[in-house]
Write a protein that binds this ligand. Structure first.
Ligand SMILES: Cc1ncc(COP(=O)(O)O)c(C=O)c1O
Length: 398
């Protein structure tokens, strides 16, 4: 089958200004990592998001690893997390000895809620991870209130939700930690990989540069001989008297130069994606068997365009098969509940009481929705979606 519309791994095309920023950094940056462009990117992101502290990382997973390290978890602690998410929301916490307890999602918004979280809290819960999946900001105020009452740290996985906001607060800015991804598929990407970690607490923020860069730090003050006792110092970053484990999670200067320029365009990209999503959803309003999450305001950046198909899973599968086989449109099915993967089962986290997440996954369709889609492609996808649904209604391919 000729693929006419792929579920592309690349979301955006770069402007000439963005390309020029990359070329200039390639030409001039010295050093090529951890220099002025990283500082500028962090500062700009801080202002963009309203964050207290922001640190650039090589990807969103590294930002999540660092957040998990700063949570000071002990064996037997529990971390609550939706089962319907990407694996890197979860495994950094499991890797530090925590038990993962899966929270269900709201069937309409497909993100978790304070009620679902509260249902699975135990005296051992220490951290809650909230994921703004698909680019929609979860209802954070009640989650933060609950966390405050129960003394829990909260991590917002905003890897898909850059620029989306709720009640005037940007995604990632409600909680103790916010994590962002600039992966190839995201609404903005720093050449395929990139990430950001935001924090509110000064003590935690102080540990981040060493955590990010192998435990390296500069010697304080002027030394008579700059090479004695060594060029730079090396130690464990510490928090609350506890040693933390550093790694190398640095991002390059070229990526940071690009990230700074992309921050000027991200809200335009988000608005364009939102406008297209709403148009697509409204055009299909007379086909109620396909249920979308319609959110016309800035709370959704429509990183992805996901729908649920009414009826048995076989009907969803027939839709996917026909869209691909007959029309060359590659929809995908995303976010296999984490408890179903061998990785989590082998860790002992194969159980989850998450009926909404299970039902959504078994009926979901994620349409190709990269920013680079042309209007012609979008119209073609709309037309083929109508034809496929009508074919299924009349019993073809079911
Ligand atoms: C919800 C979510 N969390 C975490 C990540 C990890 O980000 P990265 O791929 O930049 O490591 C991603 C994306 O890939 C994601 O979609």
């Amino acid at each position: 089958m000729d693929i006419r519309i792929d579920f592309s791994g690349r979301a955006i095309r770069y402007t000439e200004e963005e390309i020029a920023a990359v070329v200039a950094a390639m030409r001039d940056a010295d050093p090529l990592t951890q220099g002025g462009r990283q500082i500028a990117f962090q500062e700009k992101f801080k202002k963009f998001n309203g964050a207290e502290y922001a640190f650039a990382f090589m990807n969103g997973t590294a930002a999540l690893q660092t957040a998990a390290e700063l949570c000071l978890l002990n064996q037997g602690d529990e971390v609550v997390i939706p089962s319907h998410t990407f694996t890197s929301s979860a495994y950094p916490f499991a890797a530090r000895g925590a038990g993962l307890i899966f929270a269900d999602i709201d069937p309409h918004t497909r993100v978790t809620t304070a009620e679902h979280i509260e249902r699975v809290l135990t005296p051992r819960t220490r951290v809650v991870v909230v994921v703004h999946l698909y680019g929609f900001v979860a209802d954070m105020p009640p989650i933060m209130e609950l966390a405050k009452k129960r003394g829990l740290a909260v991590v917002e996985d905003a890897c898909q939700a850059i620029g989306a906001e709720h009640a005037g607060v940007k995604a990632g800015n409600f909680a103790d930690f916010g994590t962002f991804s600039f992966h190839s598929h995201k609404n903005i990407t720093t050449l395929g990989e990139g990430g950001m970690l935001t924090l509110k607490d000064a003590r935690r923020a102080e540990a981040v540069p060493m955590l990010r860069h192998n435990g390296h730090r500069a010697y304080a003050g002027n030394r008579p001989n700059y090479w004695i006792p060594a060029m730079g110092d090396l130690d464990f970053p510490e928090l609350d008297g506890r040693r933390l484990q550093p790694a190398n999670y640095c991002i390059g200067e070229v990526e940071c130069a690009l990230g700074s320029v992309l921050l000027d365009r991200v809200q335009t990209i988000n608005a364009q994606k939102r406008e297209r999503a709403i148009r697509f959803i409204d055009e299909l309003a007379d086909r109620p068997e396909l249920i979308f999450h319609r959110e016309a305001g800035p709370r959704h950046n429509y990183h992805l365009l996901a729908a649920r198909m009414e009826g048995p899973t076989s009907r969803r599968d027939a839709f996917m098969r026909r869209m691909y086989g007959e029309f060359g449109i590659k929809c995908v099915v995303q976010y296999y509940p984490l408890n179903r993967y061998p990785y989590y089962q082998k860790l002992g986290f194969g159980q989850a009481d998450c009926p909404n997440a299970d039902a959504f996954f078994d009926h979901m369709i994620s349409f190709p929705f990269q920013h680079g889609l042309t209007e012609t492609q979008l119209e073609y996808m709309l037309d083929c979606t109508r034809k496929t649904l009508d074919g299924l209604r009349s019993g073809q391919g079911a």
